[in-house]
Design a protein around this ligand. Structure first.
Ligand code: CO
Ligand code: CO
Length: 366
């Protein structure tokens, strides 16, 4: 069966066993996952209706008709609407025709679109589609893993090229521009705006790069990633400009060991839960005396979105499984002084866990 037809059939089967009557998707990564169609999300309604039984329908602005016909082909019946008409009347007509009233709604569609649909369908029950879409997307197939690996190799290559350009006197934002230019040479796009955090700024995990000049004695955190054919990568390395102090070396060692310990734990048991894996890394950092300084979860799933299920965090007791792809990114942040984070993308294959990013995790003094 065709890849996308298979995914649609699977979600229809899930809906029938969970009492959802239809899945409503907007122009999001979910639309790409189920159809390969990619459009620009804006104020015009773009709605894919996948009923639990029967044929899916795509309601799209007329301007996307030609593209939709070539991509959606046999998958969807396509209905277009022109700018002079009210697309929510069309949505109402199609959704009312479905048996049942429980609608699973794509997580990241526009709120104004959802509110308009709620107004034209007052009797319907709207629920999050997360339990359907996240479960499917969290199991990557071989081709998806191959694309994630390609994206990870691009991140490795850029990190290698950037390492040689980290110099005292550069502003953080200059280094961001260098990273962006390097990704543009090799990847379709960047998976997010790169983070460059130097010196005391590196104590903030999501620092916004600014005018601070890099100087000798800084730890410089670089966090960035590629998009390749829709799939994301995400890597963080922390370089030292000049010589690291004993305390800097101690912190770096603990973060590196936490990253390695999480991977080893998966080698022993690749169906640990997200919470258990987080705890493994957290224990290493606590034992080194920096427990309160590891101020975020261990990692997040990665795929068509740079952050998606499964999350490696206390409270997520679902076991990881074959096809799960996620980051392992322990960090230690000492307010006003410095920070260290080492982030890799890992995937669980049928032969066990595998790191997709491979750039050296050793301390480098530039
Ligand atoms: Co990252
Ligand atoms: Co990340």
């Amino acid at each position: 069966m065709d890849l996308h037809m298979g995914r649609i059939a699977k979600v229809q089967e899930m809906m029938r066993s969970t009492a959802y009557d239809a899945l409503l998707l907007g122009p999001t990564p979910n639309m790409f996952y189920f159809t390969a169609l990619q459009t620009s999300p804006d104020e015009r309604l773009q709605l894919l209706i996948i009923p639990a039984e029967g044929s899916p329908v795509a309601l799209l602005p007329e301007m996307y008709l030609e593209k939709a016909r070539s991509v959606l082909g046999e998958l969807f019946r396509i209905e277009s609407w022109s700018d002079e008409t009210d697309p929510f009347k069309l949505a109402e007509a199609h959704i009312s025709a479905i048996k049942g009233k429980c609608l699973a709604v794509d997580n990241t569609i526009r709120a104004d679109h959802l509110i308009s649909m709620m107004k034209v369908l007052p009797a319907a029950k709207f629920d999050s589609a997360g339990p359907l879409t996240e479960v499917l997307r969290a199991r990557k197939d071989e081709e998806e893993i191959r694309l994630l690996h390609e994206a990870a190799k691009m991140a490795d290559a850029v990190m290698a090229r950037v390492q040689g350009q980290v110099k005292p006197g550069l502003r953080e934002r200059d280094l961001v521009a260098i990273i962006e230019a390097e990704y543009k040479k090799v990847a379709d796009d960047l998976s997010f705006k790169p983070i460059v955090a130097s010196g005391p700024n590196a104590a903030q995990p999501h620092h916004s790069p600014g005018d601070r000049l890099l100087e000798a004695g800084d730890f410089v955190i670089i966090d960035c990633g590629a998009i390749h054919k829709g799939y994301c990568s995400d890597i963080t390395r922390t370089f030292c400009l000049g010589r690291a102090t004993d305390q800097m070396k101690d912190v770096y060692r603990a973060v590196k060991e936490a990253n390695a310990a999480a991977f080893r734990a998966l080698e022993t048991n690749s169906s640990l839960s997200g919470a258990e894996l987080d705890a493994v890394a957290r224990r290493v950092i606590s034992d080194a005396g920096y427990g309160p300084n590891f101020i975020h979860r261990l990692g997040h799933g990665i795929g068509l979105e740079v952050h998606e299920a499964p999350y490696l965090v206390e409270g997520n007791d679902l076991p990881l499984h074959q096809g799960a792809a996620f980051t392992i990114e322990p960090g230690i942040y000492l307010s006003g002084q410095f920070g260290v984070r080492i982030e890799d993308v890992a995937v669980i294959t049928e032969d066990g866990p595998r790191f997709l990013t491979a750039f050296s995790r050793d301390l480098v003094e530039l």
